[in-house]
Structure formats: structure tokens, C-alpha cells
Design a protein around this ligand. Sequence first.
Ligand code: GLU
Length: 458
Amino acid sequence: MITVTPEQDLAAATQYVQSVYESVVKRNPHESEFHQAIKEILDSLVPVFAKHPKYMQHSILERIVEPERVVSFRVPWVDDAGKVQVNRGFRVQFNSAIGPYKGGLRFHPSVNASIIKFLGFEQIFKNSLTGQPIGGGKGGSDFDPKGKSDNEIMRFTQSFMTELFKYIGPDEDVPAGDIGVGGREIGYMFGQYRRIRGGHEAGVLTGKGVIFGGSLTRTEATGYGCVYFVNEMLKFKGLSFEGSTVVVSGSGNVAIYAIEKAHQLGAKVVACSDSGGYVYDANGINLATVKRLKEVERKRIREYVNEHPHAIYIEGFEGIWTIPCDIALPCATQNEINENAARILVANGVKAIGEGANMPSTLEAIEVFHDNHVLFGPAKAANAGGVAVSALEMAQNSMRLNWTFEEVDAKLHSIMKNIYQNAVLAAEEYGYSGNLVVGANIAGFTRVADAMIAQGVV
Ligand code: GLU
């Protein structure tokens, strides 16, 4: 009888993963962000395939890396000067094995197929990790909301929804916000959907205004959830937010509520940023000012120092990682922490990283954190609070009732604790104790993969 050793299983799994990765690169050329997201996940799944060859036999990887549907469409609109503008819209419906496609819409000039596919792919595992019945999807446009009037935003979002309408629905695909898409944009899109649909289907979008089906705590959920997650990592090491110095990049929805919760837990957040530069305030960031500048006046973060003259504004957002801190929460955008920034953070004594943004650390940066035993909460786990509360919003819409802020916050808290526990246990089970990247990827993957096997080749 021929016996297969664990080493042979591992070699076969490594070869399988490598061949799928190579075929993804070949079939999706020039999509570097998508390749990066695929590589991070695939590499961490090797021990799963070695232990459970059924996933290879059912060609789960080959299927999971291919979106179920991708739509790309023209979005024409008229600007305030009467000129016709044309943007490109996307929706990637990646995987619906465990629920309707679910994921945000990003409006940013950098948006292209690679960015939306990386985000959609990550969303599959993130959504699975929440334990809620939601599949993975993502969409958006290369439209730049910066400097646009309210009327321009409305005309653009209405045109965008007029096409997106064909592909979404409360049981099919449920978009929400992401960079450049907040309550105002969701409101306009919901209005247009309702008008075309001819009915009030509240569950078609999440992040809605509370008076028309939105959930309390949805606005705060990603930032609060990220801090709840990091708190679990810290507790395990006998550490806490209390008295610690925190740097948060970004000043959008995720950053603002990460700062709020970190302050509530007794930390001092000394910096935040936007795409122009960053603010350092040794007294602790005044959140009321940031909220007003960003949520109400839609101004640049550099304006902060006009009201707080002791604070410093520095052009360019990369330098934010040179500020010494105990905890770093990257809440701005992808690849904002590279290897060099990671080394500086480590040299300055950082103890924990919580990824509030999607894929903010490069693969090399993650390696630096792991090599130096820095607690590392990967995006899929640490920022899952937003989409988790989106799923709770869907549940409330289905039941036609609303939970209180405290009820939703308590559910969010327990979901984040569960995600942490599941990631820790999965990492341990496969021999990667303490590695939450591997743990989160495996825990997210196995639910989806088992559902796919149960549902046959579809
Ligand atoms: N855009 C958020 C994310 O990256 C939220 C998505 C949602 O609520 O559907 O998870």
C-alpha cells in the first residue's frame, strides 16, 4: 500500500495553490491589486487543502477566484456647467453561496476592474466571517466626488442607479457605501431605485437614513468594530486602549468612529489624515472638529490647524506612520502601509495594528509585523463590523422593525468577539497559532467552500 505523508499532502496543496494563482494572473493581466488579494488568501489556505483534499477535488479554488458575474457600464451625467460627463460603473457579483451578494460601492478616480475585484474577493471571506447570511460583491465608479456640488452628486448617482437597478434586489445583491459613498449618496440611490422599481424595497441597499429603513449604529459600525476587534487582541496580551497612544489614518467614516471608540476606551488618538496630508495633535485629536469638517462642511483636514493652532499639518499622508504610537489603525485605503512604513512603526514600538480600511498593508508590511510579533488584525476580520451591521439592517428591513442603538451595538460587539475567536481557533487548528491573517482566511473560506460543495457544481 502506498502511504501519503503529511509532507506530500503539503507539497500537493502548495502546487495546487500555486497553479491556481498563476492562472489567475494569466487570465486577469494588469490587475495587481486583485493578484495581491488572491495571493494573500491562497497562500494561507495551503494547510486547509493539505488536510482536506476534498476542496481540491471539488475545484473550489478555481471556482471561487472567478466572479459569478461582472458588469461594467456607462454612466453619463450632466455637470453644473451643462457639459456631458461620462464615467464607468462596475458591479462584481463574486459569490452568493451563503447569501445575496453584499458589499459596498466605491466612488473614487482610482476605481478600475482590479480594485473592484480585489474588494469583491475579500468581501466573500469577510462576510462569511461575520457569521451572517451574506455573499460577496463590490461595485463603484471612477467618478470623483471631490469638489462636486450636491446637484452633481445627485445627477451622477441617479444615472448610476438607473443601470445598476437591473442587477440588484433585496434577495439578489445589496450594495452599501465605501470610499466616496455615504449616507447622502445612498439616499439618492435609494430614491432612484424606489422610483424605477415602483415600490419601497428597503432591503435593497444598506447604510440608509434611519427614517427610511436604515439601522442605528450602521454609521459607527466599521470604526467601532475595528476597535472592538483590536481590544480583543490587546486583552489576550494583557494590554488595553487605556492610556495608549493611537494613530488613525484617514478621516472618513471608518476613521472618525474608530477615533471615537478609541477615545471612549481611554486612548489618546494623536493623528489622522486625508489624501492631502495629516494632522498631528499632541493633545489628542478634537473629534468634534474633524466631524464638522468632514461630515458637514466636506473640507480638507488641513483646515483643522486653523482651529487648533498648536496642532501641526504636514503635506503627504505617508509620513503619518513615522509618528510613534502603541496602536496603529490604518483606516484610509489600500496599500497605505508599505514595508518601510511597517519597519518604522516597529522601530517606534508599535504593539498592535488594526486594519480599518481594506488591504491597507502590503504583503511585505504584514510580514514585517508578523516577524516582529506585532499583534495584527487583518482587514477581513477587523473591519467586518460595517458589513455585519449591514446584515443586521437587512434583517430589520425583512422584519419591518427597528432595533435600538444599544441593541445593535451589543450585537456588533459580540460579532467582533466571535470573529476574533474563530480566527484564533482556525489559526491554532492549522498550526499557525497567533496568525490572524491565516486564521481569518481559513475561517472565512471553509464556510463558503462547504456551502459550494453542498450546492453542487453551479
Ligand atoms: N464597504 C464596506 C466594506 O468594505 C461595507 C460593505 C457593506 O456594508 O455592504 O465592508
